[in-house]
Design a protein around this ligand. Sequence first.
Ligand code: SF4
Length: 783
Amino acid sequence: MSYRIAVRALCEFSAKAGDLDLRFTPSPSAQEGIAGHRVVSERRGERYEREVALAGHYAHLEVRGRADGYDPDANRLEEIKTHRGDLARQPANQRALHWAQAQVYGHLLCLARGLDQLDVTLVYFDIASQRETPLSQRCSASELREVFETHCQRFLAWAQQELAHRRRRDAALVALNFPFADFRAGQRELAEAVYKATHTRRWLLLQAPTGIGKTLGTLFPMLKAMPGEPLDRVFFLTARNTGQQLALEALEQLGARPPGVSAACAEAPAPAGSSAGEATPALPLRVLTLTAREKACEHPDKACHGEACPLAAGFYDRLPAARSAAAERGWLDRAGLRTVALEHQVCPYYLGQEMSRWADVVVADVNYYFDLHAQLYALTLQQQWQVGILVDEAHNLVERGRGMYTATLDHAAFRRLMPQLPAPLKRPLARVATAWQDLAEQLDEAGTTRDYRVLERLPGKLIAALQHAVSRIVEYQSEQPIALDGELQRFSFEAQHLCRVAETFGNHSLCDLTRQPPRGRQRRAGAMLTLRNVVPAPFLAARFAAAHGGTLFSATLSPQGYFRDLLGVPDAAPWLALGSPFAAGQLEVRIATRLSTRYAHREASLEPLVARIAAGFHQRRGNYLAFFSSFAYLEQVADRLAQRHPEVPQWRQAARMDDAARTSFLARFESGGAGVGFAVLGGIFGEGIDLPGERLIGAFVATLGLPQVNPVNEQMRERLQALLGSGYDYAYFYPGMQKVIQAAGRVIRTASDRGVIELLDDRFAQPRAQALLPAWWPEPRLD
Ligand code: SF4
């Protein structure tokens, strides 16, 4: 069995040494890189060969790749690298990596063409100045062969253990049994649907109700499909951290956690010396959770390079041992990864990035695959992996997807930053300031002041100034470390993101200005600039297409047209709704037909709402959740209930609750307890919480969850109407009803639960609202 590896991956493995150093980053965007390559190759002669496909073998390694260009007249192979900033600042180990790649291509070219020598050239192309800096070496074929063989030898032992691991893994997956004697009701159908979709290389939209055991029911068939397809990797992607924990629990049930690694490791580091797997797991899978840099960083006050951070100094020198230890441990949840990283004195965040190349199952937030800079997506393309993907709570992908392709720049924060700028940055950022202020003035036109305005076109002058400023900041950063959490760094990241989003601007997005009133000594108002994605489908479609197959699953994926239109799943993707394991007799649904929670009727609604909540509570004492559209409304109703019915215990969600406050809110829902927890619909208690049995026996939903009518949402509605013909439903109605169903779904969690859902607004009685209620719910009682 041969092991296939790309030239780039081979060199990244074998040629990196020394410090981790991000001072010469960010590198140009993918689009800038492609454009840069095109500019350089268009400058070459007619006989110049582009993208030369090459391959070679060493022992059982098969090394493949495409050299950027070959000029047969000059007998020169070129490896083109785009960059920003002063090349003299490029870390030596990055340069060494580039040489390694060029020389390996050089060997493969000599081999293919029978050359006995070659000019190997690195062409550095500066994105800003469009200038080339060529660096050349004349190499003999034997010198290049030696380089190639050295890199292959360094990789060979790793490749052998990778092949052995894969054989072990696949054999164990073939023999893997479902960990329980029986599937839950509906779970077998779910598992079969996921397996079939993966086997037919398709995506599946799967609406599966609570109680089916979705996490295990999707992971099990995906893992079973791994050896046969074959799949290189499985990504389990979630929109919330709670989903990640459930995935780890399911993987533990399947036997992937080694016995020596205790469940407590999910929260706390394992004892020193315990990083290597003490015992072999029943299922030899490498499981990795990816954590955001802010959470994984051990030195948040430092910058990511060897002179500032001890875990970046010598990172690549210690990486091979850390990588081997991590691979041996296999179970790399956050605590496990941290333990290995600290034992080997390397950064846990960057060790996690490295291990995402070698893990079998990666559990991560959806942004690691779907966003603009998504690492797992980039690896999938680069390494030509066959990946199977599971997206949990996929209804969130519409909003999350929009967020990934939206960029905002805060003018007020920028103006605060200006006086503190270091001297070399004053001029480039002054250009930004001028262009931005000119733009802000556009909100005051013809004697009228507007708070919000959609621009017909991108503000070219400001974007150009921002691009220039970003280059200057990167150059400055290569000389002066900027703290990761500093204002300048934040602005730099946000500006880079905006410039990248601007490159892909189209009718799927809006460009808008929001007025920011003058503060302090400022005389003129500013303007927040937002490139706002409305339809993420054009971006996400490429991500779906890059996977072997996958399943988007959620309890609320209706109506299917809404999700198809907005997410861009392939047309061939089937949509399947599974029945609930619960019976209609477990639930009572009531709709208050004479109650309106519309904004204009808020005051009048207080007394009837309080009366309904108190009556429901007295009818059956127990724990209830009551959902409202805003904190203000919640407070009004809760205050009124306290006045009129002090005998009803109550507790309230507050804005920005930390973990402790959240836990204590949920702790009030004790079995045998009684009271009403007030919460905001669409907030942290509206989905993703599990209060089975007597912990929760009912929910009052006093809102349709409709997003607020405001200028931004109105623009979204108009754009959705123009593009997809469903403005109101897509902007307001469907997202609102999904939140309602998610929140109401907290009530019945097991086959023995009994509960009531009170929908407290006359609009719930409309047929179009009732059509969206889960099919297994009983006929609502209208009163
Ligand atoms: S520990 Fe923090 S500062 Fe150090 S390299 Fe890692 S992320 Fe950067």
